[in-house]
Ligand binder design. Sequence first.
Ligand SMILES: [Zn+2]
Length: 445
Amino acid sequence: MTLLKKKQGRFYDTWEETPTIDRNPEVRKRLNTYVTYAAQLPFYKNRLKAYQPKAAHPLQEVPPLESSEVRSSLPPHSDNLVVPTSEQFTVFQSGGTTGMPKTTLFSHSELEALDLPNARGFYACGLRAEDRVANLFAVGSLYMTFIHINRMLQNYGCVNFPFANNSLNEFVHTVVNQFKINVVTGVSSIVLSALREFESLGSEKLKIEKVFFGGEHLYDADKVEIKRKFGTNTILAPGYGTVDTWYIGYQCEETPSGVFHAHDDQCFIEIVNEEKQQAAEPNQVGMLYATAYPRKITPIVRYRVGDLAMWLERPCPCGRTTPLFKLFGRGDDVLRIGYDSVEYASIQECVLKVAGVSGTVQLVKSRKAGKDLLEIRVESEEPQQEFARLERELHKVIVESRPAFQMMIQKGLIEPLQVKIVPVNSIERNQRTGKLIRIREDIIS
Ligand SMILES: [Zn+2]
C-alpha cells in the first residue's frame, strides 16, 4: 500500500487535526515515555533527575545537549549515547556547515519511521500521485538525505527520478524534458543552480510546477526568480529537521517563508530564552531545542539545535492544529562588525530591493589594519558590464538600511563596506553537500 493510500482524514494523518485540548496530554505522555526510556543510559541518568513531569516546562532544568557532546558520545569516540540493542543501524555523516563531519546512527526501523513525517510534509506542500519528481538531494560519502527521500518517494505513490546531486545538469535537463518532470526537490543551492542552468540550456518547454527544497533557507529573492523563469506555483520546504534529531517542522500550502507546522508528535520542541534560561514567550525569539522520540538507539533529549525560532500563537488558515513556529536560521548566521551585528537575513532583505542581483549571497568578515572589514558577495546573471552599477545600487540600499554601520565607518572604527557582484556559481559551496557557504570569517593575524 502506498503512503498516499494510507492517508487518513482531511490532511495526511489524524494527528494534524487533533484538537489542542487532546494534543497536550498526548504530548506529555510521549515525553514521559521517552524520558523514562532515555534514563536507562548512564549518560542521561543524572541529567534527567531534573525532569519535572508536572511542570509547565518539564525539561527546563535539564541541561541542554550540545552538538559537541553528541559527537564525543557516539562511535567512533564512545558508545555512551548508544542503547545496547540487537537491531543494526546505518551510519551517516553530514557535511556540517562548520568543522568536522557529524556522525549519526539510524536503526533500520528508525529509517522506516521517517516515512510518516516525510509523507506528512510532502502531502501538506502539495505532492500528489500524478507528480513526477526529480530528486536532487545529496548522495554518497555517508550522506543521508537522498537515501531517505528516495525511499519515501518510492513508497509515496508518485513517479520518482533518483538523480541525486551529482548528475550533470545537462543530463537532468534532457530527462526533465523527455519525461515532463514537473517537480524538483533538493538542497536549495543545488536546486537553484540546476534551474539556472536549465534556463541557459533552453527552458521554453519546461514547466516546473513545484519546487520542494530543504537543507537551507530559500530566500524570497530566489523564489521570485524561480517563479518568473519556470512559472512555478509552489516553492515550499516539506521538512525541517537535523540529522542529530529528527524532522521538527513542515510547511503547508498556506505557510509564508520561514513558517513551519511543528511535528509535535515526533519531537518535544522547546524555544528557549537562553539569557533567562526559561521558555521564550510566544512571539519572542529563542533557541530551538528538540527531544526526538523516534531516536531509540541513540536517545536525544533536549538537543540544542542551533537555530533561532519563535512560536506563533495564531492558527494556520489550512486548518491543521499542529502549532506554528517561525524559523530564523542559524543562531550563528550573524557577523559582528565593529559593534554592529549584521544578520544574514537583513542583507537578504536589501538584495530583494535591487533588480538584477540574486539571493545567492555570502558575507565575508576580515581584518585590515586592525579594523573589521565586511565584504558582501552577491551572484548576478546580468552581463559583467552591469556589475559596477549593481554594486553601487546595492551598496546604497545596505548603507541606508544600517545607519549605525555608516556611523562606524565615518568614525574610522571599521573599514568601508565592500559590495562585490560576481557571476553565477562563483561563490564557494560546501564540496560535500553543495550548500552555499553563507558566512565566512577570514582570520588574519
Ligand atoms: Zn498550515
